[in-house]
Design a protein around this ligand. Structure first.
Ligand code: ME8
Length: 662
């Protein structure tokens, strides 16, 4: 039986056009929708635009146009942009649409009829940027400055309807206890709990000083508070009874951390007050971090945005959209902030996508015959397929936990193993020895494994998946409800199918193009450092010896030396760390069930490609070292240096990973 999966993005304000930050959430939602569709789930992805409120009314006034005209123009841009980024929402809600207005008035009436809305007076502080009420304690002093928009909050004093939020504190806390993963990551759940536990005040839910909003039923002097109006979209989009029965309640609301409270406190409270049981409440609110650019949150209000469509086109006219999707999902691990940098995009394009993935196909093409042979595996092929199965399993677990970053990491470990396989299987050498049966076995195993990887990457890079499949002689993927197309049982290629030689999917950028991209997409230099970034210190990299030989250290006993656990390691994954010029993030196989994460200060001496596959000496029992931002090193590579030249200590090829060095 198919499961339903209902994922939403926040509905975006229309005071400007979509940017890479809003694209982040939308792409993440689309990735999850595509993954679930591949698994045979009945997936529903909702997005839309949040068109009412003082912020929009003022933006329209600034431009000298009617609010509705501004809403129509900008909402259309959002609706047209998402497909250009490969996103295919199943529905697009506009809060100025009649269906939404009817729905939100219905929700209001249900709450009012149950007695939880009353008329009163509001006096307090309001940030128009957030469309949110604040207490003095929550604002920066002096001046009651909004911590997000860096502008003073306004004093608001008017008649207002109130929602009896104070009635819902206990039920919310009970709900959180019974549904401990309602908010993720866990730390955010704790923040929400302590906010609720500190006592909830009733919430002003209507305004009289402007009119761009949904009129309050029975009292059109008031328009609804924009967050009451906006949050309801997740419900008003499902007004058709059949749709409601099929998809309600939402499986996961994806939101930026700035709007967590609205989704994790107000929204369930509104639904409770309208008579929804706990089982009918949304299942999860997943709060992600911000995409920063030159260190500042990328945001319409701060006017430091990057157009995702322009970036995609500039990076690659054919697959740029998928490259942007990949970089967004890979570089910003869900929950944390991550900085956008064109260097990171270019490096991932060349390394992860070109060298590690696209190149696999081109490494077997020269050996492909007319048709693919039946599978004829030896031990190396068994390992290749096992690595792909492990990747598929780990990626599925990560996608199920709504973590595309982890899924991609797992898939890329598999792709690294596939590269190592080709190195070891060496079809060129089999050909030299005239062993065509072996060449055919290698090409077939590789083609079948690549097929599985096209499925695994498809949620993130649908276009790339299809291009690669075409070159593998495969049909396009056609997910269907109830049919699980996730690897990995049997390859779907028809016997005797052909590889189709094609152009590289990720052609290299020539130097001029790369330089032009850097120029076009670099933040202004005075902003180039992230806010709160730790100063670059030499503690991040191992010291490099100067010309004078280092002084000999004091003698130690054999017992002291025996405490050191030095082993042979093989680097199975390597990547740069955005904004850490000296560091590489490595996965090193030291003979344990899973490779270790090691952060090494060798990026000035080695590129990720140069260290990949290297056999090196690793100090394994050094206490873990935290470099901040989730970067923890579990070991240290041995390197020697002279005159600023740093070289890793090499180990002979015959020694397997984990061999002790004594
Ligand atoms: O808050 N990094 O709309 P909004 C990551 N209308 N995500 C970002 C981002 C960034 N730099 N900038 C924006 C609103 N986002 C309300 C929502 S929902 C009922 C009403 C994403 O246009 C992120 O998901 O300001 C954030 O929560 C959302 O866009 C806010 O978009």
């Amino acid at each position: 039986m198919s499961r339903t999966f209902y994922v939403s993005t926040p509905i975006y304000y229309i005071n400007d056009v979509p940017h890479l930050g809003s694209a982040y959430t939308t792409v993440a939602a689309d990735v999850l929708r595509r993954y679930h569709a591949l698994r045979g789930d009945d997936a529903f992805f909702l997005t839309g635009t949040d068109e009412h409120g003082l912020k929009i009314q003022r933006a329209a006034e600034e431009r000298g146009i009617a609010s509705q005209a501004l809403a129509d123009d900008v909402s259309r841009i959002f609706e047209e942009t998402w497909p250009q980024l490969g996103c295919a929402p199943n529905d697009f809600v506009r809060t100025s649409s009649e269906r939404h207005k009817r729905g939100v008035q219905e929700l209001w009436k249900r709450i009012a009829d149950r007695g939880d809305i009353y008329l009163g007076h509001y006096e307090g502080l309001y940030c128009v940027g957030c469309e949110g009420y604040y207490t003095e304690k929550e604002l920066e002093q002096p001046g009651n400055v909004c911590p997000i928009h860096k502008k003073p909050a306004e004093v608001v004093k008017e008649e207002s309807y109130f929602f009896r939020l104070s009635n819902y504190g206990e039920r919310l806390l009970r709900f959180y206890e019974e549904h401990p993963t309602f908010v993720e990551p866990e730390g955010r759940m704790n923040e929400v709990k302590s906010f609720v536990a500190s006592g909830l005040q009733d919430l002003s839910v209507s305004r009289t000083t402007f009119n761009w909003g949904v009129p309050v039923p029975g009292d059109p002097r008031h328009v609804m508070y924009v967050w009451f109006d906006a949050l309801s979209n997740y419900w008003t989009a499902l007004q058709e009874p059949s749709k409601h029965a099929r998809y309600w309640p939402p499986t996961v609301h994806l939101v930026g951390k700035d709007i967590l409270r609205f989704h994790a406190v107000y929204w369930p409270a509104f639904l409770m007050a309208a008579g929804f049981s706990d089982a009918e409440l949304p299942k999860k609110v997943l709060a992600h971090g911000f995409l920063t650019y030159g260190g500042h949150k990328m945001s319409k209000s701060l006017r430091n945005t990057v157009s995702p469509v322009a970036l995609a086109e500039a990076v690659s006219p054919s697959v740029g959209v998928d490259v942007v999707r990949y970089c967004l999902m890979r570089s910003i691990s869900f929950g944390n902030d991550g900085d956008f940098s064109i260097d990171d995009v270019l490096s991932r394009y060349g390394t992860d996508l070109g060298n590690t993935f696209g190149n696999l196909l081109h490494r077997i093409h020269p050996f492909a015959g007319e048709t693919l042979a039946p599978a004829n595996d030896g031990p190396l092929e068994a390992d290749l397929r096992a690595a792909a199965r492990t990747a598929a399993r780990a990626a599925a677990e990560a996608f199920d936990a709504s973590s595309p970053t982890r899924a991609l990491e797992a898939i890329w470990l598999g792709l690294m193993a596939a590269n190592a396989y080709i190195d070891k299987a060496a079809p060129w050498s089999a050909r030299k020895h005239g062993d065509e049966a072996r060449v055919a076995a290698i090409v077939t195993a590789m083609a079948e494994t690549l097929e599985a990887y096209t499925v695994m990457v498809a949620p993130v890079m649908p276009k790339v998946a299809e291009l690669m499949r075409a070159q593998l002689g495969l049909e396009a993927l056609t997910p269907a409800i109830g049919r699980d197309a996730w690897p990995f049982e049997t390859p779907t290629r028809v016997p005797e199918s052909k590889l189709v030689k094609g152009d590289p999917v990720f052609p290299r950028h020539d130097k001029d193009v790369a330089a032009a991209l850097k120029q076009q997409f670099s933040p202004p230099s005075e902003d180039a450092k992230p806010m709160n970034a730790p100063a670059e210190t030499t503690t991040e990299s191992r010291p490099v010896a100067t010309t004078a030989p280092a002084e000999m250290k004091a003698e130690i006993s054999y017992e002291d030396f025996a405490k050191i656990d030095l082993r042979v390691g093989v680097v199975v994954a390597a990547e740069r760390i955005p904004r850490k010029d000296r560091l590489l993030s490595l996965k090193v196989d030291v003979g344990e069930p899973a490779p270790r994460s090691i952060i090494a200060g060798i990026a000035l001496a080695y590129t990720p490609e140069e260290v990949l596959g290297k056999r090196i000496a690793v100090l394994c029992n050094l206490a873990p070292r935290d470099f901040g931002k989730g970067l923890v090193s579990h070991g240290m590579l041995m390197a020697a240096s002279h005159d600023s030249v740093l070289k890793l200590v090499a180990v002979p090829d015959e020694l397997p990973p984990g061999s002790p060095i004594k």
